[in-house]
Design a protein around this ligand. Structure first.
Ligand code: ARG
Length: 462
């Protein structure tokens, strides 16, 4: 038996779609996540159609009431979603017709699914930006609490994952505060740019009906209508800005996650992750695995993957709408879900982890980490050019290596054997605490700087 044509657009069709056609074409399996946005868009559109005299107030009232019923059916899980009706837009409209009859057919006046889907998706992504903003604020608070607690805990700073110079725990945490702060600004910026309404662009060219786009934009919380109808239905850059901001942030999260994996290892013992964020092994009873950190480290894969996927879908598409663009939503939904999960897990891990202050300080003193302080002393106290001081310090490091000790363990005569003018007070700069305390240049690691930055961030976060 031949299937009958689609009731929404099948006027010119004698037969319905092949089953495989229906399967590849339908988006209802995933775009039902935009039901609330779709209904909000339709309510705003119907109210505007009535206000401009395009439909009657009676029809608009019936539509409004019917849409609210549809919404509650969806919210309570009673809505009969149908694949034959393709997507959320036609599912909602068909149900509205079941509920209120003829006036439902007037809702789609001066509108197309092209501007409808553009408005729904913008609303969804905009809400997601707000949720991300809240989640980032919580992560910032967790990082700041760690920074404040450990403003003067000394730890090794690394380059090439080799001990470089002593830094403070607080300073290291604040590095992530800066990164996450910029991520937050990127989302806020993207949100601002995306907050214009495509509704009223209709299929692509606008409409001959006297619509009021300002009115619908306002009703939906947009700053105004988008200025070009072709652009309004054709672009998905707002979704790409969301995905690229999420990718950059997920990249930051993966670096912090990687550090937590390294730091919680038996070799480092810099931090202890709480039981809440660790897992055991089914065979090795002693194990404590940082699974949450590892999964956060991995999430960048699918988030950046979504970014690449959507960028590739959009690349080379002629204006305006093409069905290719239906592939936008699953990427964004999946990336957003996993991103939110990663943010929440990172916030929990950071809040609950305990730094091992003794291990941090002991590690800070290894690897001749105060060699630069020594070179700086030679410059400051003996007036040596830095290049020469670097060379002399290299010889002192070699002397310590030969004695199998650290720089502060050399005797004054060991030092004077390398350079006769070195004095006893050189030992003051070789301790890690003195080293960090001396780095008071703006942006440097000194505890005093860390405290000032923590205070400034707390002010900013309110
Ligand atoms: N489900 C479609 C999408 O997600 C809605 C827009 C359909 N527009 C069209 N001209 N077929 O993109």
């Amino acid at each position: 038996m031949t299937k009958s044509a689609n009731s929404m657009w099948g006027g010119r069709f004698a037969a319905g779609p092949d089953a495989i056609m229906e399967a590849i074409n339908a988006s209802i399996g995933f775009d039902q996540r935009m039901a609330a946005q779709d209904i909000a868009g339709s309510r705003a559109h119907a109210a505007m159609l009535a206000a401009t005299g395009i439909i009657s107030d009676t029809d608009a009232a019936a539509i409004e009431e019917g849409l609210l019923t549809v919404l509650s059916e969806i919210e309570t899980g009673k809505f009969p979603f149908s694949t034959a009706l393709e997507d959320i837009h036609m599912n909602v409209e068909a149900r509205l017709r079941d509920l209120i009859g003829e006036p439902a057919g007037r809702l789609h006046t001066a509108r197309s699914r092209n501007d409808q889907v553009a408005v729904d998706f913008r609303l969804w992504v905009r809400e997601q930006c707000d949720a991300v903003d809240d989640a980032l604020a919580r992560l910032l608070q967790a990082l700041l609490a760690q920074a404040e607690a450990g403003a003067d805990w000394v730890m090794p700073g690394f380059t090439h994952l080799q001990v470089a110079q002593p830094v403070t725990w607080g300073h290291h945490m604040l590095a992530y505060v800066e990164m996450i702060g910029r991520d937050r600004a990127r989302f806020a910026d993207a949100r601002k740019r995306m907050n214009l309404s495509p509704l009223g662009a209709a299929a692509l060219a606008g409409t001959s009906f006297p619509i009021d786009r300002e009115m619908t934009a306002k009703a939906l919380g947009f700053d105004g209508p988008m200025a070009n109808s072709l652009d309004a239905v054709a672009d998905r850059d707002f979704a790409l800005e969301f995905l690229s901001s999420a990718s950059i942030c997920a990249m930051h999260l993966s670096r912090l996650a990687e550090e937590l994996v390294i730091w919680s290892s038996a070799q480092f013992r810099f931090v202890k992750m709480s039981d809440k964020w660790s897992t055991g092994s089914s065979i090795m009873p002693q194990k404590r695995n940082p699974d949450a950190a590892e999964l956060i480290r991995a999430k960048i894969g699918r988030i950046f993957g979504a970014n690449v996927a959507l960028m590739t879908v959009m690349k080379g598409l002629p204006l305006t709408y093409s069905k290719d663009m239906q592939e936008d939503k699953e990427q964004v939904f999946d990336a957003a879900d996993n991103f939110m999960l990663a943010l929440a897990a990172m916030t929990g891990m950071v809040s609950d982890m305990t730094a091992n202050v003794e291990s941090l300080e002991a590690a800070a003193a290894t690897g001749f980490s105060t060699a630069t302080d020594l070179a700086d002393w030679l410059v400051r106290e003996l007036g040596m050019p830095f290049r020469e001081a670097h060379h002399v310090t290299g010889s002192l490091v070699a002397a310590a290596e030969a004695k199998n000790c650290d720089l502060p363990d050399l005797t004054l005569s060991d030092m004077q054997a390398v350079h006769q003018d070195i004095r006893q007070d050189v030992f003051d700069v070789l301790g890690v605490k003195n080293s960090v305390a001396s780095r008071t240049s703006f942006g440097g690691t000194a505890p005093a700087n860390v405290r000032a930055q923590v205070a400034a961030w707390k002010d900013r976060l309110g």
